[in-house]
Design a protein around this ligand. Structure first.
Ligand code: FES
Length: 136
């Protein structure tokens, strides 16, 4: 199986791996296909006017997953750092795979972990604020 240079780089040197103390939202998901798990931690700078404009000022991830899951989570956290909640919500696993110069088709499901964990973490943040969670 061929992995792009970017996939290998993010796998060997993952960005934003770890946990965040006192974070504002945590998302944890499992992958039904392989049983691997992913956790995303968000620190959010609130926007008092529009909740969706709150900004992700820090993000970390932890995964018990394969190399493609590590690389796609690393890239996903890089892509949502500094972005609004709405922008982070709209990040698709396809966009993450493209940013990595592609993933082998049988590894695409691994990149779903990051997308789903980001959604869970945003909804955890919204629920903690007493707001309605967003729908996929
Ligand atoms: Fe489980 Fe890739 S094989 S996340």
């Amino acid at each position: 199986m061929d992995y792009s240079k970017k996939v290998m780089d993010h796998f060997m040197n993952p960005r934003n791996m770890g946990t965040l103390e006192n974070c504002d939202g945590i998302g944890e998901v499992g992958n039904a296909k392989c049983g691997d798990i992913m956790k995303i931690y968000l620190r959010v700078e609130e926007n008092n006017l529009r909740v969706e404009d709150g900004r992700i000022v820090d993000v970390k991830f932890q995964t018990f997953g394969c190399g493609a899951a590590v690389a796609s989570s690393s890239m996903a956290t890089e892509l949502i750092k500094g972005k609004t909640l709405k922008e982070a919500w709209d990040l698709s696993n396809k966009a993450v795979a493209e940013a990595l110069d592609g993933l082998p088709p049988i590894k695409m499901h691994c990149s779903m972990l990051a997308e789903e964990a980001i959604h869970e973490a945003i909804n955890d943040y919204l629920l903690k604020k007493g707001l309605e969670p967003w729908e996929d």
